[in-house]
Design a binder for this molecule. Structure first.
Ligand code: 4NP
Length: 157
């Protein structure tokens, strides 16, 4: 059975589309693409239907990640059942997701991305939307590091 991962941020135009692309890049490099189903969503539907933020895209592409996903809101009636790991980017995402959980089994699927960090001591992947260029680079640095840790966690390494 495929391992199904959903990355979640606020708008689904910066952090979670990047997490999706970075984690896909990691499993592609291991020739394990077919073992995973990877998607992303936002807790807030304002950007629904939009491509990833242009600034986020331009930073990501420099590292070889194409952000192809289209923003969509988290759908509690479907997504809790369709994924094995629901991974939030910051504490606010985590609270919003907790509020949308229907039962204790849903909550067991919930994780925060930075809990898988190996080299960074950040408690959240900070929202880069209103900040400068460095914020987008930090998002990618944190996601590359935590993706490694998430892979190990999923595969009991
Ligand atoms: P994201 O970033 O949650 O990483 O996609 C944001 C995108 C949009 C907004 C906030 C954060 N916004 O307020 O519109």
């Amino acid at each position: 059975m495929k391992k199904r991962i959903l990355f979640v941020c606020l708008g689904n135009i910066c952090r979670s589309p990047s997490a999706e692309a970075v984690f896909k890049g990691l499993v592609d490099a291991k020739n394990e693409t077919s073992l995973y189903e990877i998607d992303s969503a936002g807790t807030y539907g304002y950007h629904e239907g939009e491509s990833a933020d242009r600034r986020m895209q331009s930073h990501a592409v420099k590292r070889g990640y194409n952000l192809t996903s289209i923003s969509r809101p988290f759908n509690p009636g479907v997504d809790w059942d369709s994924f094995d790991y629901i991974v939030g980017m910051d504490d606010s995402n985590m609270q919003n997701l907790k509020n949308m959980a229907r039962n204790p089994d849903d909550l067991k699927k919930l994780h925060k991305m930075t809990d898988f960090s190996k080299s960074y001591d950040y408690q959240e992947v900070p929202d880069p939307y209103y900040g400068g260029e460095k914020g987008f680079e930090l998002v990618l640095d944190l996601l590359e590091d935590a993706s490694d840790g998430l892979y190990d966690f999923i595969n009991n390494k």
